[in-house]
Ligand binder design. Sequence first.
Ligand SMILES: Cc1cc2nc3c(=O)[nH]c(=O)nc-3n(C[C@H](O)[C@H](O)[C@H](O)COP(=O)(O)OP(=O)(O)OC[C@H]3O[C@@H](n4cnc5c(N)ncnc54)[C@H](O)[C@@H]3O)c2cc1C
Length: 455
Amino acid sequence: MSDSARTSTAPRDHALPDRLHELATTPGDPNYQRLRHTYCYTGSPALVLSAESDDDVVAALAHARERGGPMSVRSGGHGISSRSTNDGGVVLDLSRMHAVEVLDRGERLVRVQAGATWGEVAAQLAPHGLAISSGDSGDVGVGGLATTGGIGLLGRRFGLTIDHVVGATVVTADGRVLHVDAEHHLDLFWAVRGAGANVGIVTEFTMRAAEVPGVVHATLAYDARDAASLLERWGAAMAAAPREVTGFLYLFGGGRGGTSAMASIVVATTEAETAQRLLQPFTEVAPVQGARAATTSYDAVVQASGAPHTGAAGGATRSALVDGLDRETAEVLAGLLERGAADSVQLRALGGAVNDVPADATAFAHRHQAFSVLAVVSPARKAALWAAWEDVLEHADGLYLSFETDDDPRRLTEAFPPPTLARLRAVKAEWDPDDVFSHNFDVSRVAEPVTPPGR
Ligand SMILES: Cc1cc2nc3c(=O)[nH]c(=O)nc-3n(C[C@H](O)[C@H](O)[C@H](O)COP(=O)(O)OP(=O)(O)OC[C@H]3O[C@@H](n4cnc5c(N)ncnc54)[C@H](O)[C@@H]3O)c2cc1C
C-alpha cells in the first residue's frame, strides 16, 4: 500500500477511531468523486471506509453500527439488484482487498479477495491455465457475484461461480471473523453461496478453479425482426448443445430496423474443428448479419475496462428463470421489445454443470432451469415493464436476484423456494439477529414464520 493510498485529506471526524480515519473518504476528499457512485447508482454517502484487512472490516462495521443509518457493502460496485452506495450513510468498500493468489496449482486452489474484479481474476489465472466461470463483464466484482450465484460463460461446463467456492472468510454482524467451509459453520457456508449479503461480509473466498487452457469465443449478430422465432430456435439450439457450449443472447428493441440481437458464445475447447461443429446450429437460428469466432483465453473474453463509476448505467430491471423457450414463452419475451416495455432482453444459458448440483446444496436452489432472463428499461418507463412482466411470470420458474431491481418482498419467494427461504431465515436470525445486513433483499422482510432448518 502506498502512503498516498493511506492518506485522506478528509476533515477529521472525531467520532472516527484513528485507524479508520486512515481508511476514510468523505465529501471533502478529492477521492470522493471516484468512490461515491457505483456503476448503476449515484450516491452521496457521508463516509466511505476502504478496508485493507479483515480487521479493518471489523472496525468499519463496528463504527457503522454505532453510527446508525444506512450501511452499504461494496466489492466491485456493479450491483444491479441492490445499492452498494447510499445517501448520508456509510459505505464499506472492499476494493483495496483485491488479491488473487494460486494457493495450490495441483489442487487448483485459489484465494480470491472480495474486492477483485472478475477481469483481474481471469487475468491472474490465465498464465496458470486456470479459470473460474464468472459473468460476462470483467468489471463486476468478486464479492457481489460470488455471494449470489454467478451465471457465466463457462457455466454449463463448470457450474455457477458459487459452485467453485470451497471456503470463505466471513465477518459476521457481531464482528467475528469466521472461516466457513463444509466442516466449519456449515449453515453460513451454505448461505454465503447464494444469499451472502444477508448474513455477513465475505472478505475472501477459496475457490477450486477449472483447467481452462483456452476457449473458442464466438460473437454473432442476427437479423432479429422475427424475434420470437429467433428465441424459440435459440432455446432449442442451446438445449441440444453439449455442456461445453454456453451462450448468452442479447436482444435490443427500438432501433430503426426494429429488434436486433447479438450472441456471445463460449465453447470450452481449444479444438477449432470441434468448436465449429458445435457452433454451427447457432448460425441457423436466424439470418446472421455478422460473425466472428476465435480461439483465445478466457481472460480475453472477460477483460475489465476499469472505467470509473458514474451511476449512470442504472436501469429498471426484471428477472426470471425459465425452463425453456417454447413458442409461447418466446412470444412473450419478444413482445416486451415489440411493445416497448423493455429496451433489452438478455438470456443467459443455464443447464449442464449448473444443474448437476443438488438444489439444497447452496442457497441458490434453482438447479433445473434452462435460462436466466433479464429485461432492462429506462427508469422512466418502469411501470410499462412491471405491467408487461405479469405475462412473463406465467412462464417463469424462479428468479436470480442479481438481475432484479423490484424490491417487493414477493421477489424473495421467487428467488428462494420455501425450504431454502425457511433455512435462510433461520440462518439470518442466528447470525444477524439485529438485521444489520438489511440492504440487499433482506430475507427477514418476508412475512413467514421461521421454521427450524432441515439439517
Ligand atoms: C454490466 C453488468 C454485467 C453483469 N453480468 C452478469 C452475468 O453475466 N452473470 C451474473 O451472474 N451476474 C451479472 N451481473 C450482476 C452481478 O453479478 C451483480 O450485480 C453482482 O452483485 C455485482 O457484484 P459487485 O461486487 O460488483 O457488486 P457491488 O455493487 O459491490 O455489490 C452488490 C451487492 O452485493 C453485496 N455484496 C457485495 N460485496 C459483498 C461481500 N463481500 N460480502 C457480502 N455481500 C456483498 C452487497 O449487498 C452489495 O450491495 C452483471 C452486472 C452488471 C452491472
